[in-house]
Design a protein. Structure first.
Length: 310
């Protein structure tokens, strides 16, 4: 069962996150070092994992499923954005921009790639690249506008220069033209790929260690946003996904897992950049990451049940 695999994998991730917390508390990894590690994961390791997922023989079924994943991802992101405006209302004195951002955008790279890779391996990551592409295009337009309050469409151009998008483009070229790297190069990239999960989770743990947990526990709005992001929105999304019985289960579950992952760490980074309440964004990220260990398996289990009865 996918849900049991998700549960086991999230427990492993929780242990790795705990190791990250210990590394931070014992000063083995400083805040500055963690930022460098984060950049390394995002700009080197994740792109390698994505590129490697395309190093497989071309099959019409894979290509068709990839295009379907693109379509479903666009529809899913659109629905989630609309739900965020419904459930998080604009109110004076409330950080509604951060709450909306956190309820829409997930850690589909840091959390999504390790989870999908553990369940569906390279094929799952192959489909996940479609969601990540859609995510990047929307987060650097709608997401940036939401946090900054300004329409800066120049950010869209920058998206296409990011290592993630470049790795997707190169991967697509090698997949459709059936270009395979030499075994030595594949083995070398394979070593980098293997460090993705531990490094991503340890970086998350170090980030969490810097959060004021007692203060976080007293903030009701943090729980509300996490409830939306981790349970309410994914369960609403699970209904139409469950009805798509003609679509490969790997495609449907990959989109669901990516959308149900905890709030994106990018919210904190953008909040710092545009002068928003980055502490609040970090609190939501911390609470969401911890709670997702329990909520992700539940959402997947509920989707499996819905698929059977609908």
């Amino acid at each position: 069962m996918v849900s049991s695999t998700i549960f086991n994998q999230t427990l492993i991730m929780l242990i790795l996150i705990a190791i990250g917390v210990i590394c931070a508390k014992t000063k083995l990894i400083s805040e500055a070092s963690n930022k460098d590690l984060s950049k390394f994961v995002l700009q080197v390791v994740n792109p390698v994992v994505i590129f490697m997922s395309y190093q497989k023989p071309y099959r019409t079924e894979l290509a068709r499923n990839l295009l379907i994943t693109f379509g479903i991802s666009v529809a899913a992101m659109t629905l989630v954005i609309l739900l965020s405006y419904l459930f998080v209302r604009k109110k004076q004195g409330r950080e509604f921009e951060i709450e909306r951002f956190s309820s829409v955008y997930s850690n589909c790279g840091f959390m999504g790639i390790p989870l999908v890779d553990a369940i569906y391996h390279d094929e799952g990551v192959f489909y996940l690249t479609a969601f990540i592409t859609v995510f990047n295009l929307i987060v650097w337009t709608h997401g940036v506008i939401l946090i900054s309050g300004k329409k800066d469409f120049r950010q869209v151009v920058k998206v296409f220069y990011s290592p993630t998008i470049i790795s997707i483009v190169l991967g697509l070229i090698t997949f459709f033209f059936e270009i395979r790297l030499p075994s030595t190069a594949l083995n070398a990239l394979g070593f980098i790929k293997e460090v993705n999960t531990p490094m991503a989770m340890i970086v998350s743990g170090v980030t969490i260690a810097a959060t004021n947990v007692p203060k976080l526990l007293k903030n009701f709005r943090v729980y509300y946003v996490c409830l939306l992001k981790l349970i309410v929105v994914p369960l609403i999304l699970a209904v139409p996904l469950s009805l798509l019985t003609g679509v490969d289960e790997k495609v449907r579950m990959t989109v669901l897992i990516a959308a149900s992952a905890p709030p994106a760490a990018m919210c904190t980074l953008l909040s710092i950049r545009y002068g928003r309440n980055s502490v609040y964004a970090s609190e939501i990220f911390t609470a969401g990451t911890i709670l997702s260990v329990a909520t992700l398996p539940l959402v997947v289990k509920a989707t499996e049940y819905l698929t059977k009865i609908l």
